[in-house]
Design a protein around this ligand. Structure first.
Ligand code: HSE
Length: 441
């Protein structure tokens, strides 16, 4: 029976999960493949920690070169995370003719466009299913299952940590910092949790999904990104009163001229979704990806978006895909980004000012006659129509929170109105702007 020899870079949360699957599920994997996948080497800075696994048959080292250039390794699994040194290790492995599987969304979002051609020119494959949606096989669904469609939109709850935090804040009235700590203990959070809570991790994942959906190049730096750190329990409550739940959503849509896609809209922000929608039911560390296509209509993929076992499941599925066609058949795999490399386009990103949506505004205003009239008159000047409005009880400072839901307008127009509104003496500077999306399943 043919054997594929695997070397692991990183024996942290996910690396331990991958080692566990390769050891505990070895027989199942062999039966599915008709080939053996064997873990031969692993690299980590901490080799003493007890991981609850028998690694006696695995060559352990603290030097990445013992895997990325080793003659007895056919496939390198990169689970270090971050941009560097992960990029250098992956590039070296590809140059040495090794297939690579990674869960590193930061790496793919930032350096994928350099690594895909490197893999192709060395006749090897690169897999990154675990980089988006944790255990959900959403990239495979988009790349292969929905391949017959022109994709019309992608919506995603793509960060388990944020979803866990928002869920606990809503259900348990839990404190933001405590919940973040719990997410870290469960192995959900990034090494730098600002990547989670400020939306950067979601933007990494969205940029990969958008490029795969629309046949464009990955443009992570151009994703409009806002995180959840300004959301308060009061906002969650106000949204609920209006019939909405707040989720950190990644949204990607194509914009066409004369039937041809010319621009891609990409944004990540806390979003009000109807409380009855399916996406609003996705809680804890679960992720969801909604892909809508011109023939398939709406599809929704839900599963654990973070954590050892689900993420390792996606990593091993990639290893198995590659093992199935290795050593000489990697051309039989779907192209990594779902389009023939020569057919992928440099599409522009829709300017932020041109994004159109409905808004939730939370303003702190002095409780005086005529203030609301001044605010709504500015909104009227900008042709911004209100769907709903509520005023909260007065604070000791005489400031009251006023919450407004608007109908659709452009970001540019909304921002112009807000800069005039905060110029009013009776309105405080820190207006919270959230966006609303009703087109989710
Ligand atoms: N920090 C990420 C999350 C891990 O919370 O979703 C999975 O990519």
């Amino acid at each position: 029976m043919t054997e594929i020899r695997v070397g692991l870079l990183g024996l942290g949360t996910i690396g331990t999960g991958v080692a566990r699957i390769l050891i505990e599920q070895q027989e199942l994997i062999s039966r599915r493949l008709g080939k053996t996948v064997r873990l031969v080497a692993a690299v980590d800075r901490d080799l003493d920690r007890d991981r609850g696994l028998d690694l006696s048959a695995v060559r352990l080292s603290d030097d990445a070169n013992d895997v990325v250039t080793a003659d007895d390794v056919d496939l390198v699994v990169e689970l270090i995370g971050g941009y560097e040194p992960a990029r250098s290790f992956v590039a070296t492995a590809l140059e040495h003719g090794k297939h690579v599987v990674t869960a590193n969304k930061a790496l793919v979002a930032k350096h994928g466009e350099e690594l895909f051609p490197l893999a192709a020119s060395n006749g090897v494959a690169i897999g990154f299913e675990a980089a988006v949606g944790g255990g959900i096989p959403c990239l495979k669904a988009l790349r292969e299952g929905c391949a017959a469609n022109a994709v019309q939109s992608v919506y995603g709850i793509l960060n388990g940590t944020c979803n866990f935090i928002l869920t606990k804040m809503e259900l348990e009235g839990a404190d933001y910092a405590d919940v973040l700590k719990e997410a870290q203990q469960l192995g959900y959070a990034e090494a730098d949790p600002t990547f989670d809570v400020e939306g950067i991790d979601t933007a990494h994942k969205l940029s990969i999904l958008a490029a795969m959906a629309f046949g464009s190049k990955i443009n992570f730096d151009e994703v409009f990104t806002e995180g959840i750190s300004k959301i308060t329990a009061a906002d969650i409550e106000s949204a609920a009163e209006l019939g909405y739940r707040i989720k950190l959503l990644g949204i990607a849509k194509p914009h066409a001229e004369n039937g041809e896609v010319t621009q891609v809209e990409m944004r990540v922000h806390p979003t009000l979704v109807p409380v009855a929608s399916q996406i609003a039911q996705v809680s804890d560390s679960y992720n969801a990806v909604q892909v809508s296509g011109d023939f398939v209509e709406h599809t929704l993929y839900v599963g654990r978006g973070a954590g050892e076992r689900p993420t390792a499941s996606a990593v091993v599925a990639d290893i198995m895909d590659i093992a199935r066609v290795a050593p000489d058949g990697v051309n039989h795999l779907a192209p990594p980004m779902g389009f023939a490399e020569a057919e992928r386009r440099e599409l522009k990103t829709l300017p932020v000012a041109d994004i159109e949506c409905e808004y939730y505004l939370r303003l702190m205003v002095q409780d005086e006659p005529g203030v609301i009239a001044s605010v709504t008159s500015i909104l009227a000047d900008h042709r911004i129509s209100l769907e709903a409005m509520s005023q909260k009880e007065r604070h000791a400072s005489h400031a009251v929170a006023v919450v407004m839901l608007t109908h659709e307008t452009t970001e540019g127009n909304l921002q112009a109105a807000i800069s005039r509104i905060v110029g009013l003496n009776a309105v405080e500077d820190d207006v919270l702007i959230l966006r609303k999306e009703s087109a989710v399943l």
